[in-house]
Write a protein that binds this ligand. Structure first.
Ligand SMILES: Cc1ncc(COP(=O)(O)OP(=O)(O)O)c(N)n1
Ligand SMILES: Cc1nc(C(=O)O)sc1CCOP(=O)(O)O
Ligand SMILES: [Mg+2]
Length: 212
């Protein structure tokens, strides 16, 4: 099963990205999504190679945002695809069944489509406004998650859902009560000065009701 906490990387340069990812790994994050927007192919490839190496060292999952071909080229663990990126079924045909494919959703219908097309997990958001991403879809809030997760239950759709968008520590308990599986965060981890403590607190809440 997947870890319940995904760190989505931040940084405008290769150095900033590597610094942030290294810090997250050191603090205990074991799932990294490399998100490096508006960069040259050369820099993106160089960063991806370095992150792959780091994630192997820390035994962390490593997925690439947007770029399926890059994920394939560097043999990442998978890719995260948005609503305007490559279609999930097309990606599945290329990557096969051993790689993780995540898909962005903002509505129940998005989730239905992704589940039908073979996604492994859903990034459902935004929970609230965030500066991390431009052109946000409509904000869902707690009630939006509740309604969508209820519809999933009714329709027996069991794909794991990760909440995303402006999430903080205090949001985890109410979000978990809606039936989500985990969370994906950027700013919360990048901007925190006590990352180890934060990640421990996040995991305690995320895994509170999981019996192992
Ligand atoms: C886990 C997760 N969920 C949603 C997103 C957003 O993806 P997308 O809509 O493609 O937007 P960008 O991240 O590409 O700006 C995500 N990256 N991860
Ligand atoms: C990358 C991304 N996708 C979103 C969506 O709603 O699809 S919100 C988002 C930003 C997540 O970063 P932070 O934790 O700093 O808000
Ligand atoms: Mg995208």
């Amino acid at each position: 099963m997947y870890n319940k906490l995904q760190y989505i990387s931040q940084g405008n340069t290769i150095e900033e990205q590597l610094y942030n990812i290294h810090q997250a790994l050191d603090a205990g994050c074991d799932w990294i999504q490399m998100r490096f927007k508006n960069q040259t192919a050369k820099d993106t490839f160089a960063l991806a190679e370095a992150v792959k190496f780091l994630c192997e060292e820390y035994l962390a999952n490593f997925i690439v945002n947007d770029d399926l071909h890059l994920a394939e080229l560097i043999a990442a663990d998978g890719v995260h695809l948005g609503l305007t990126d490559m279609k999930i079924d097309e990606a599945r045909a290329i990557l096969g069944n051993t790689k993780i494919i995540g898909g962005t959703a903002n509505t129940f219908e998005d989730i239905q489509n992704h589940a039908k097309n073979g996604a492994d997990y859903i990034g459902l958001g935004p929970f609230r406004f965030t500066n991390t991403k431009e052109k946000l879809s409509p904000i869902l809030g707690l009630s939006g998650y509740f309604e969508i997760l209820q519809k999933m239950k009714k329709n027996k759709i069991t794909i794991p859902v990760f909440a995303i968008g402006g999430i903080t520590l205090k949001d985890i308990n109410p979000l978990m009560e809606t039936g989500i599986y985990g969370i994906a965060v950027s700013g919360l981890i990048t901007e925190n000065d006590e990352k180890e403590k934060l990640i421990q607190q996040l995991n305690e809440k995320l895994y509170a009701k999981v019996i192992v």
